[in-house]
Write a protein that binds this ligand. Structure first.
Ligand code: HAM
Length: 417
């Protein structure tokens, strides 16, 4: 039997890893410049954390979670997103006592049992940033600017920033009842799920993937017409900050995002190069979540970047540098092999990529191997060279050969790299 990876789970092969590392290291450098610190949380959490945090009516919680039971029969779920976990860690470790503004980022895999397709996997990776403790629009602008800067830093252009406001506990109920009324008027044309959602959580109808439901909500009322003064001012201020920072945006009143915790600002960064899965990052404000999960009443805002989607676009634009060994030691005969093994170890301590063969081969085969690896230089050492104390160093580009002393070989060779 040949094993293959589980559907929706994929291997990330060495040739793709260069783009992953480039994205992650760019994010780390940039986020640190914005004052964010990395946090790592467990992949498994109590199921209740997600069902309460993300919302029972969302697709993520109702259909997509990988849940298992512990020995006491309690539900544990592989995290479908990072925000609820980071909020749990923020509360449990009382991070707010150390600093009233906490800026945290986390990088790692998430798990959602969705239908796999281009840009959509069951295990995928996010770079996730969360800012706790500030309710104002400037932190919204700051976090959106950070997300946009990340894409700029990796050389992406042509992305579209969509923004919306989902209002607050004061103004959203009025919108919800208006939307509910609108949906009830079309109830027979909605899918079974949306008929239920129209009653229980009408905003979720905007997330539906069924074509007829999409057509219906295209004519739905806009939440932007229902914002209270405080929410409208917040949103106007955000727009003003974005404009002043030269960050273009598109107003998208249907951008409710698939998680129940959002309040006020939501945003998504989209590309037209990925087909249906067009969001490379998404986020928003979630002022009620810390309290909902048992913590103090602290506001927060954050976003997550979908690593696979970004990396697939990077692959179209950048050809990563191909790495090759600095040196190959072609050792001929038992004594040279034993000496060379020690030199390989010593040279690697200086960060040089040095290779030799694991077996015993003739010069022709060893040179062929060095060529296949793309080694920049080859040191040839046989019994004669060992007894004369002088090896031959060959430059694989120019084919020029020169002599190098084998006593102090590490010092002698380091001069070349
Ligand atoms: P999300 O929109 O569910 O938000 O996910 C954020 C990003 O993760 C998406 O824009 C997409 O690029 C990527 N993504 C989501 N699902 C998949 C999938 N199945 N396969 C591949 N990529 C995927 C969140 O997860 C929120 N926690 C973001 C957030 C942080 N909001 C506030 N703070």
């Amino acid at each position: 039997m040949e094993f293959t990876a589980i559907k929706g789970f994929k291997d990330i092969l060495p040739e793709e890893v260069a783009s992953w590392q480039r994205l992650e290291s760019t994010a780390r450098r940039l986020f640190e410049a914005f004052g964010f610190f990395e946090i790592k949380t467990p992949l498994l959490e109590r199921t209740e954390l997600f069902s309460r945090g993300i919302g029972r009516e969302t697709d993520i919680v109702s259909k997509e979670m990988y849940t298992l039971k512990d020995s006491k029969g309690r539900g544990m779920t592989l995290r479908p997103e990072a925000t609820a976990s980071v909020v749990r860690a923020y509360i449990q470790n009382r991070l707010y006592q150390k600093n009233p503004i906490q800026k945290l980022f986390t990088v790692g895999p998430m798990f959602r049992h969705e239908r796999p397709q281009k840009g959509r996997f069951r295990q995928f990776h996010q770079i996730n940033a969360e800012l706790f403790g500030d309710p104002g629009p400037r932190s919204d602008a700051d976090i959106i600017a950070m997300a946009m800067s990340l894409f700029e830093s990796i050389g992406f252009s042509g992305l579209s920033l969509n923004i919306n406001s989902l209002g607050c506990q004061q103004c959203r109920p009025r919108f919800k009842s208006e939307l509910k009324e609108f949906l009830l008027g079309k109830i027979d044309s909605l899918c079974v799920d949306c008929r239920r959602r129209s009653e229980t959580n009408p905003l979720r109808v905007f997330d539906c993937k069924v074509e007829t439901c999409n057509r219906i909500v295209a004519d739905a009322p806009s939440i932007l017409g229902f914002l209270c003064d405080a929410c409208r001012n917040h949103f106007e201020s955000l727009k003003d900050y974005l404009s002043r920072s030269g960050i273009p945006f598109v107003l998208n009143h249907q951008l409710v995002r698939g998680l129940d915790y959002y309040t006020r600002t939501t945003f998504e960064i989209q590309t037209d190069r990925l087909g249906a899965q067009n969001a490379v990052a998404g986020g928003g404000r979630y002022d009620g979540l810390v309290k909902l999960l048992g913590g103090p009443d602290h506001p927060a805002i954050g976003f997550a970047v979908g690593v696979e989607r970004v990396v697939s676009l990077m692959a179209e634009e950048f050809s990563p540098e191909i790495k090759c060994p600095d040196l190959f030691i072609a050792a001929l005969g038992g004594n040279s092999e034993r000496e060379s093994f020690q030199w390989v170890m010593d040279l690697r301590k200086y960060g040089l990529w040095v290779e030799m063969d694991y077996g015993s081969k003739g010069l022709k085969a060893l040179m062929k191997k060095a060529g296949r690896l793309g080694a920049k230089k080859v040191l040839i050492v046989g019994e004669n060279e060992l007894s004369s104390g002088i090896g031959l160093l060959r430059d694989m580009d120019t084919k020029a050969q020169e002599e190098v002393g084998l006593e102090n070989i590490v010092t002698n060779l380091r001069k070349y790299f």
